[in-house]
Design a protein around this ligand. Structure first.
Ligand code: ZN
Length: 585
C-alpha cells in the first residue's frame, strides 16, 4: 500500500510547521521567523528558525532543516509513513492508502494466509487444549474472533503444506513464518496459540505464539522482517482505532494476553508492546492517537523497570497537552490476572487512582534520603540527566524547579554528563562553524536564485551540467519549476531524495536572497562555472591518479564521461580516451 502524492500535497498545504514545532518546543517570534532551542544538537541559544511563510525550519548551527514532515521524522524518529500518519491525525485527516506497486515494507500476504489457516485450526479437534486454555482464561469465541486468535498444530510442516510448494524461497524467508535448516523450511510456530499482529493499516505483519504444553520459550514472536519492526508496533492499536475514531485514552500493557483479557472484561483501549520495553517510537505513535496515556505494567521488578524506561523515553517528546499516568499492580499481578480476579470496577478504580508522570518522577527523587546532604546530591545527580531529556522548555522548567526545591539546589545550572544530553540519534555530531565547500555554496546559490525567480528554470542556462549524472537532482528541480513556477518550496524539498541535497535546498530557502532577476541569472551562470571548474579539477585529479597509481573502474568511467562531455575534444583528449579504453582489465 502506498500513499497518494495528492494526499501528501494536501497535508503539506494544510499543516502549519509553526504549530507542529510549537506543540513540541517553545517558539518565540523574532523578525520574520520563530526561534527555538534546536533539539538536534546540544543547543544553548535558540539557533533553530521556523519560517511560517516558507513552512520550513532550519538550524544555523547543525543545519538540520526541512518541512513539517521532516521535522517530525527527525524529532520523533519516525519513518516516512509514520510521520505522514502523525501529521494527518493532528489535522483530523485519515491517510488514504492505495494499492500500488509492491514496496519493500509491504507484507507479501503470506502472513495473512497463515493467520487464516491458524484461525481455522482453532475450530478443529486438534485445538482442544488451546480452546481449553482460552476458556480457562475466560476468553470467549467472540473475543477470539475479534483478535483473529488461531492455533498452530505441533507439526513441522503443517503451514508449509497448506501454503503449497509454489512459493518462492525468498518470500518464505521474508515472511518470518519459517525457520530453515539445511535448505529446508520448517514452521516456526508449533503447538502454540497464535496471536496475529496487525499494523496500523490493519495488515497482518507478524504473530506471537503462546505454548500450550510445557516447553520453551513460553512466548515466541515473529522475528523482525522488512515489514515488522517490533520497537515500532503496538499489539491492539489497529483494533482500538477501528472501534474508536477519536481515541480518548490508551492503556499500554506488556503482553497480548493483557490486551485480550482487558478487552474481554470491557476495557477496549489497551495496546501492548511486543516483548520490548516502551521505545521512543512507541510513545510517539501513542501520542499521535490520544493525549491521555496510562502505562500499566506488571507488578514485578521487571514491570517497575519498564515503567521507568517509559518515563525516559517519554520525556524527550512530552507536550503540555498530553496526560500520562502510571498504574501499578501488586507484585503477583499483571493487568490480565488483576481484572480476572477483581473485575472491571476494581480495574477502573486503579485507573482513577493512577499517579501522574510528574508524581511518579518525583516519587523516585523522594526515594533518596533527602534529609542528608549526600542524599540530596545523589537525588540531583539522578534527576539532572533525566530532566535534560525534556525538550519542551515549559515542562523542563517546571520539573527543574520541583527538583531544585526537593534537593535544595538549583539543578538548572548544574552540569549534565555529556552522554545523557543527546536526545536524538540523528543529531549532527560536530556542528560548530561548518566550512561550506565552494561547490556546495554554488549549489545553494543556484537554489536561491531559482526560489526567487522560478522562471529562470530554462534548461539552456544549465545545459553544461546536463550530461553529468551527479546533477540529475538539479534537473528534477528545474523540471518542477518549469511545470509549475509557483510550486511551494516544501513540495520541491519533498521530491529530493538525498538528505544532503535537501539540506542545501533548505539553506537556500532560509537564506532568502533578495536578488533582481538579472542578478539571479548572473549568479546562476557564475555558479555553473564554479561547478564546471570543479569538474575540471576532478579531471586533473583523476588523470594524476591514473599516471601515478591506478584508478578504479568507476573513476575510469567518470573520467571517460568528463572527457566525452566536453564541447570540443582535443587530440590530447583523444589520446586519453584511447588509453582509458585499451587499458581495461
Ligand atoms: Zn541544531
Amino acid at each position: 500500500m502506498s500513499i497518494p502524492s495528492s494526499f501528501i500535497d494536501q497535508l503539506i498545504d494544510q499543516a502549519d510547521i509553526v504549530e507542529v514545532v510549537g506543540r513540541r518546543l517553545q517558539l518565540n517570534k523574532k523578525g520574520s521567523n520563530f526561534w527555538c532551542l534546536c533539539p538536534f544538537h546540544d543547543d544553548s541559544n535558540p539557533s533553530m528558525a521556523v519560517n511560517q511563510d516558507k513552512q520550513f525550519f532550519y538550524c544555523f548551527v547543525c543545519q538540520e532543516s526541512g518541512n513539517a514532515i521532516h521535522f517530525l521524522r527527525q524529532y520523533e524518529n519516525l519513518d516516512f509513513v509514520d510521520a505522514i500518519e502523525t501529521l494527518a491525525s493532528s489535522l483530523g485527516l485519515t491517510v488514504p492508502y492505495e494499492n500500488g506497486k509492491q514496496d519493500r515494507m509491504k507484507p507479501s500476504g503470506l502472513v495473512e494466509q497463515a493467520v487464516r489457516f491458524y484461525q481455522k485450526n482453532l475450530n478443529d479437534q486438534i485445538a482442544k487444549k488451546a480452546i481449553q486454555y482460552l476458556k480457562d482464561r475466560s476468553i470467549t469465541g467472540e473475543t477470539a474472533k475479534k483478535f483473529n486468535i488461531g492455533f498452530a498444530e505441533d507439526k513441522w510442516d503443517a503451514l508449509s503444506n497448506h501454503l503449497g510448494k509454489d512459493i518462492p524461497v525468498n518470500e518464505l524467508e521474508a515472511s518470518g513464518l519459517f525457520s530453515h535448516k539445511d535448505n529446508k523450511f520448517y514452521d516456526r510456530f508449533r503447538g502454540r496459540i497464535i496471536f496475529p499482529i496487525r499494523n496500523i493499516k490493519g495488515e497482518f505483519i507478524a504473530m506471537g505464539g503462546r505454548i500450550i504444553d510445557e516447553g520453551e520459550p513460553k512466548y515466541l514472536n515473529s522475528p523482525e522482517t522488512a515489514f515488522f519492526n517490533k520497537s515500532n508496533e503496538l499489539f491492539g492499536l489497529f483494533e482500538v482505532k477501528e472501534a474508536e475514531k477519536k481515541i480518548a485514552s490508551l492503556i499500554v500493557v506488556e503482553g497480548y494476553m493483557d490486551v485480550i483479557g482487558l478487552y474481554q472484561h470491557g476495557i477496549k483501549n489497551a495496546v501492548a508492546t511486543l516483548g520490548t520495553a516502551v521505545t521512543p517510537s512507541h510513545v510517539a505513535k501513542i501520542m499521535r492517537y490520544t493525549n491521555k496515556i496510562f502505562f500499566a505494567f506488571d507488578g514485578d521488578l521487571a514491570g517497575g523497570k519498564a515503567a521507568w524506561k517509559a518515563v525516559e523515553n517519554t520525556f524527550p517528546i512530552i507536550r503540555e497537552d498530553v496526560n500520562i499516568h502510571f498504574v501499578f499492580f501488586e507484585a503477583d499481578h499483571d493487568p490480565d490476572s488483576f481484572i480476572n480476579e477483581y473485575g472491571l470496577q476494581a480495574f477502573q478504580k486503579l485507573l482513577d487512582e493512577s499517579i501522574s508522570l510528574s508524581e511518579y518522577f518525583l516519587s523516585k527523587i523522594k526515594d533518596f534520603n533527602l534529609e542528608t546532604l549526600e542524599g540530596r546530591a545523589q537525588a540531583a545527580a539522578f534527576a539532572i540527566p533525566v530532566i535534560h531529556k525534556i525538550n519542551n522548555a515549559v515542562i523542563k522548567e517546571i520539573y527543574a524547579n520541583e527538583v531544585s526545591q526537593l534537593c535544595g539546589m538549583d539543578v538548572k545550572t548544574m552540569h549534565v554528563p555529556k552522554d545523557s544530553y543527546k536526545t536524538n540519534q540523528n543529531a549532527n555530531q560536530n556542528p560548530a562553524n561548518p566550512v561550506i565547500p565552494v561547490r556546495v555554496k554554488a549549489l545553494i546559490n543556484i537554489f536561491s536564485a531559482l526560489l526567487k525567480h522560478p522562471t529562470l528554470a530554462q534548461e539552456e542556462i544549465f545545459k553544461g551540467l546536463r550530461e553529468d549524472v551527479k546533477f540529475t537532482f538539479l534537473f528534477d528541480v528545474i523540471a518542477l519549476y518549469q511545470q509549475s513556477p509557483d510550486i511551494k518550496p516544501s513540495r520541491v524539498l519533498e521530491s529530493l531524495e538525498s538528505s544532503q541535497i535537501q539540506g542545501y535546498f533548505s539553506q537556500a530557502v532560509i537564506a532568502e536572497l533578495d536578488l533582481s532577476e538579472e542578478n539571479a541569472l548572473k549568479l546562476i551562470e557564475d555558479c555553473i562555472n564554479v561547478l564546471l571548474k570543479n569538474q575540471k579539477d576532478r579531471e586533473q585529479i583523476l588523470k594524476d591518479k591514473y599516471n601515478v597509481t591506478s584508478i578504479t573502474k568507476v573513476e575510469r568511467r567518470d573520467l571517460q564521461k568528463i572527457i566525452l562531455n566536453k564541447e570540443e575534444i582535443s587530440d590530447d583528449d583523444r589520446d586519453w580516451l584511447k588509453k582509458l579504453s585499451s587499458n581495461q582489465d
